[in-house]
Design a protein around this ligand. Structure first.
Ligand SMILES: [Zn+2]
Length: 264
């Protein structure tokens, strides 16, 4: 790697850390119905306003040893984890898609998946702001691609992807409710598929459902064995859908080739 490439990757990593810092605000505030722009960051414990100098990802954590400057209470490791994951994801997104307009759209998807994963694990919901915000951005992205490629194909693919994924999951949820009389799937998961499908198209959205269910089922069985109780219904589905969607975003062409065959 040449030196300017190293500097570029480092810059993108730092950009990712800052986005991760913002995602922490999203993860904390959206499920609590708080504004994500106002007020500026405060300590979750004593509500003191955090100075921008104390808000630098990772570095402030090391300097303050994970404590609030004012009240000394511990700031959870989750904040650092989210920042680090987002920083690494930014570099991976750059490696795959390069740096340009596409990067912004793809990184929006990646960042949303990270945020909703942490929200769904803690609150068992996927906020509409993330699902419908993502669907909107996904559709805008498809329009941009259509203009670039002078073809309706990307827009059609995005619309069909949203409808097929969400429609299929809605149908499963409906069957589940009819047959077992319990709500096994949340509408948040169905709405999430409109977002993911707008990026991945119909095949990617179906892959997301099947692969997400498969991994979710394996993890569910393992957790039941470990916990020795009926843990299954407490496991949110969103993180598995997010993981599967991300895998498709990064490896979709290989998955399609594997599935449909073909040469070259
Ligand atoms: Zn504090």
């Amino acid at each position: 790697m040449e030196i300017h490439e190293v500097v570029k990757v480092l810059g993108i990593f730092i950009l990712g850390l800052s986005v991760g810092s913002f995602l922490n605000v999203v993860i904390y505030r959206i499920p609590r119905d708080m504004s994500i722009v106002y007020p500026p960051s405060t300590c979750p414990s004593c509500k003191s306003r955090i100075k921008w100098l104390d808000n630098i990802p990772i570095i402030s954590y090391l300097l303050l040893r994970g404590r609030c400057r004012y009240c000394g209470s511990h700031i959870g490791m989750r904040y650092q984890l989210v920042e680090l994951i987002t920083g690494i994801s930014a570099v991976l997104t750059y490696t795959k898609f390069g740096f340009g307009l596409d990067f912004l759209f793809y990184f929006y998807f990646v960042g949303s998946m990270i945020a909703l994963t942490f929200i769904d694990i803690e609150f068992k919901i996927i906020p509409d702001q993330i699902n419908f915000g993502g669907l909107f951005v996904g559709l805008v992205f498809s329009v941009v691609k259509s203009i670039k490629e002078v073809s309706f194909e990307p827009v059609i693919s995005a619309i069909v992807g949203s409808l097929v994924g969400a429609g299929f999951l809605f149908f499963i949820a409906y069957l589940y409710l009819k047959i077992r009389g319990i709500e096994g799937l949340g509408m948040g998961d169905v709405k999430l598929l409109t977002f993911i499908g707008s990026y991945t198209g119909w095949f990617g959205s179906l892959f997301t459902i099947f692969f997400g269910s498969l991994v979710g089922a394996v993890v569910g069985v393992v957790l039941i064995k470990l916990m020795k109780k009926d843990y299954y219904y407490e496991i949110p589905f969103g993180p598995f859908l997010a993981l599967a969607g991300l895998i498709y975003l990064f490896f979709g062409e290989y998955i399609e080739k594997f599935y449909f065959g073909g040469t070259g």
